[in-house]
Design a binder for this molecule. Structure first.
Ligand SMILES: [Zn+2]
Length: 452
């Protein structure tokens, strides 16, 4: 218990600087060079507040949970250079890269020998390597008993386990998602196909682990097993139970992404899966990023998310604008957006604000209630920041009217500024979520995000 309290203090102290190298107390984990997951608190059902220590091959980093990874294209956050990225503080220490993007560079990486992190000049982030890019759709129908396919800019690349592991040896990530047959997320997938997907994924996992153990390049790399099972509860449970029998560092929950099912079914399946997974291992949910869905999935026991949502919002010319402030804190003034007040002075929940948005119909299909569309002409003379009180570079220096102008004239700077703000806002949401868990303020946060 004392150990947990120590970690609680440590995690809260570092909750705003999770990219920092861990302090003296963490060095014990560095010696172990193995990632450890400490549950600090479980609140209101399955909400888990935790901290991953000893993260990465060097074991120098920690990651607070619930949290999200940085979404990248070949190691770079879309639209941002390393310089502009570093105007943002308190970023998570793990960046996600995808084999779909890296597979066509295998020969160059093999020739380079020192791994993708060094190749791309990523000195202060760790790499998590997944199969697919959650922000891009992949054609289905290209898996076999022995292969899965990934899609790069040059087309389809078929991976066997041997090729998959060879590719990872050239990338040398800190974590990776094991090869999996993840083509059963569509609701009309037959039970037979779902069962086959679970069987194949377990077979791939065993073959991967065998190859991994004999690869010196992957000696310090953590492996996440993948839980499949479509929307069939029995197959989800079987997949989780069998995967948990293997020596995994964590678990990826695949096939539950936004658009594949409603949240009630997703929550039911995640709850059933998590009951089979060990409590001391992190659970990473793939393909879910909307704040309301994140909240529901954290409530079902998820610890980590892919961070692609701010990119999707940026790509449609929108800015995240939802209230997640749970307690006024003078020390954080200017970093957390205050409540959005309408003209009548009444605070309106995010969900309600969407219906007010006068946006282009094409964009509205994709828009969520958590964003505003800066292309809308109502912003052409709006001289306020994207979010009042936000401390990001964009909000400190620019107005909504200027972003609107950049968007309608197709200037590249629009995406740069929106990406800075959206990344800052999204990370702020996860910090608020952890603070709410630590301070018994989940109900307040849920009301803010979901409305009354
Ligand atoms: Zn901002």
């Amino acid at each position: 218990m004392e150990k947990l309290e120590t970690h609680l203090k440590l995690a809260l102290a570092l909750s705003d600087c999770s990219c920092q190298k861990a302090s003296v107390k963490i060095r014990g984990y560095m010696a172990a060079k193995k990632m450890q997951f400490e549950l600090i608190r479980v609140a209101q059902g399955n909400f888990r507040l935790g901290v991953l220590t000893g993260v990465g091959r060097t074991g120098k980093y920690l990651l607070n949970t619930p949290g999200c990874l940085l979404h990248t294209h070949l190691g770079t956050i879309p639209h941002l250079t390393q310089d502009t990225l570093h105007t943002l503080k308190q970023l998570p220490c793990v960046s996600q890269v995808t084999l779909s993007a890296l597979a066509e560079h295998q020969e160059v990486l093999e020739e380079f020998k020192d791994g993708f992190q060094k190749f791309a000049g990523l000195h202060d982030t760790l790499l998590y390597c997944s199969l697919h890019d959650p922000a891009a759709s992949s054609p289905t129908g290209y898996t076999t008993n022995k292969t899965v396919s990934v899609w790069g800019s040059g087309g389809r690349i078929e991976l066997t386990v041997a090729k998959f592991v060879a590719l990872l040896k050239s990338v040398q990530p800190d974590w990776y998602q094991c090869m999996a047959d993840g083509e059963t997320w569509q609701s009309n997938t037959s039970r037979k196909r779902v069962r086959k997907s679970v069987d194949r994924t377990l077979a791939h996992l065993d073959e991967c682990l065998l190859a991994h153990q004999t690869s010196p390049e992957l000696k310090e790399t953590e492996v996440f097993g993948v839980v499949e099972g479509g929307d069939i509860r029995e197959e989800r449970v079987r997949s989780a139970r069998e995967t948990a029998k293997r020596p995994m560092s964590g678990f990826c929950l695949d096939g539950l992404q936004t658009g594949s099912m409603d949240q009630a079914l997703r929550t039911e399946l995640i709850t059933a899966v998590n009951a089979e997974l060990p409590e001391d291992k992190p659970r990473l949910l793939q393909g879910v990023g909307r704040p309301d869905e994140v909240l529901a999935c954290v409530e079902a026991g998820v610890d980590l998310f892919e961070g692609f949502f701010p990119f999707q919002v940026t790509e449609r010319g929108c800015a995240l604008d939802f209230d997640y402030s749970i307690c006024p804190d003078p020390e954080r003034a200017g970093t957390a957006p205050p409540a959005v007040l309408e003209q009548d002075g009444v605070e309106k929940p995010a969900v309600e604000r969407q219906t007010d948005a006068d946006v282009n119909s094409g964009d509205q299909i994709q828009m969520t209630p958590f964003e505003i569309n800066l292309k809308d002409k109502r912003f052409h003379d709006d001289f306020g920041p994207l979010v009042e009180g936000c401390g990001c570079y964009c909000c400190r220096n620019h107005q909504r009217a200027y972003i609107h102008h950049l968007l309608v004239t197709n200037e590249l700077l629009a995406s740069v500024l929106l990406m800075i703000h959206n990344t800052a806002h999204y990370q702020g949401f996860f910090r608020a979520l952890r603070d709410a868990l630590a301070n018994d303020k989940l109900d307040i946060l849920k009301r803010k995000i979901l409305g009354d």
